[in-house]
Design a protein around this ligand. Structure first.
Ligand code: HEM
Length: 93
């Protein structure tokens, strides 16, 4: 997950779900930077604090999978590939 923090590959985690925001950056009312500084991380708290219901709806198209916890160690999570993640998704775009 932490690898997806480049400007052309921006993933965030909100409430246990992974979203690829790369193509949403130019449309974000809060600016691209507010997303890119949180890229590769779990931004649930910030997202909940800032956004309206409308924003939650706008997340949906960018959903690419769920976070799977590896082992028992919290914080060491790995994206459970939904078959659409990573290169697979980008090569389709
Ligand atoms: C795909 C992911 C995201 C979507 C779809 C999204 C959507 C939106 C929308 C629709 C607004 C307008 C206000 C509202 O309706 O709530 C907004 C504002 C904002 N967003 Fe996001 N957002 C995303 C990710 C993030 C992230 C990760 C952050 C930082 C933690 C962030 C920070 C902000 C800020 C600071 C504003 C306020 C802008 C202002 O009122 O001046 N957003 N976002």
């Amino acid at each position: 997950m932490e690898q997806h923090d480049q400007e052309d590959d921006v993933w965030i985690v909100v409430a246990g779900k992974v979203y690829d925001c790369t193509r949403y950056l130019p449309d974000h009312p809060g600016g691209a930077d507010s997303i890119t500084i949180n890229a590769g991380t779990d931004t649930t708290e910030e997202f909940e604090a800032i956004h309206s219901k409308k924003a939650w709806k706008q997340l949906e198209p960018w959903y690419i999978g769920d976070v799977a916890v590896r082992g028992n160690s919290l914080g060491q999570s790995e994206v459970e590939r939904s078959g659409l993640g990573g290169l697979g998704l980008r090569s389709m775009l």
